[in-house]
Design a protein around this ligand. Structure first.
Ligand SMILES: N[C@@H](CCC(=O)N[C@@H](CS)C(=O)NCC(=O)O)C(=O)O
Length: 234
């Protein structure tokens, strides 16, 4: 029997923002593992949101970072490995060597998807207007028409069941889902005609308790920022 850790009195501190893919990744892992956390909103492009000791907390300046008692750690991948080692009774990284290798591979693959698709889209559609500029549609068109389809086609061929790897939710699913939520916030969607397996898999992922809880928790913030969850509705 699993004893789920609930530590309201000493909740882990997470620095990040709900709109961020990598903050969402850590939040989804925490929720899947049943671990409480307090989110401290830090938006790297807004200097007045940065804690005084930010340079020490985040050597790259990126979010997320956790503070667990006197221990701090940046980087979603490192944080999830830490959480899996500390709360090993509810793993999101499989123990089986092949499944483990594949789960970590998909996490890395979605890191590349973030770099090649989500980052340019987010930068053009959100950051540029915040800075008084206009989105460069050549960049967004390229990301959507030439780059994203390669990633989606690959994922389409890898999905054969409810979970991307093995018989339970893993960091692979968390990584795909965390990215695709932002993809939808930005007004895009996964074509069910072109990618039926990926689209169905993602829809099912959204019904899992960790995703339901996460979307509910981030809604007030993302709605205030003008993003809608309508495209994520069943
Ligand atoms: N490898 C890092 C990537 C973190 C990352 O790219 N964070 C983004 C938000 S999702 C960020 O901090 N962007 C702010 C910036 O680029 O200044 C991780 O997995 O945590």
């Amino acid at each position: 029997m699993y004893i789920f850790p609930t530590r309201k009195d000493q909740a882990m501190k997470l620095y990040g923002v709900p709109l961020s893919v990598h903050t969402r990744k850590v939040q989804l892992a925490l929720r899947a593992k049943g671990i409480d956390h307090d989110l401290n909103v830090v938006i790297p492009i807004m200097p007045d949101t940065l804690p005084e000791n930010w340079a020490r907390l985040s050597p790259t300046g990126l979010i997320p970072v956790i503070e667990d008692g006197d221990f701090t750690l940046p980087d979603s991948g490192a944080i999830i490995q830490y959480l899996d080692a500390k709360y090993s009774e509810t793993p999101v990284t499989p123990a089986d060597p092949r499944l483990r290798g594949r789960a970590i591979w998909f996490e890395a693959y979605m890191g590349a998807f973030f770099r090649d698709v989500m980052h340019p889209l987010f930068h053009q559609r959100v950051v540029a207007p915040m800075r008084g500029g206009t989105p460069d549609t050549a960049v967004t068109d390229n990301a959507l028409s030439n780059v994203a389809p390669r990633y989606f086609q690959y994922l389409e061929g890898e999905i054969s069941g409810r979970w991307l790897v093995g018989e339970t939710a893993t960091i692979a699913d968390i990584s795909v889902g965390a990215n695709l939520v932002l993809f939808h916030y930005l007004g895009e969607s996964i074509s069910a005609g072109r990618y039926p397996a990926l689209s169905g898999y993602f829809r099912q992922l959204l019904t899992t308790p960790a995703f339901v809880e996460q979307l509910e928790a981030e809604a007030p913030f993302t709605e205030r920022m003008g993003f809608s969850q309508a495209g994520l509705a069943a």
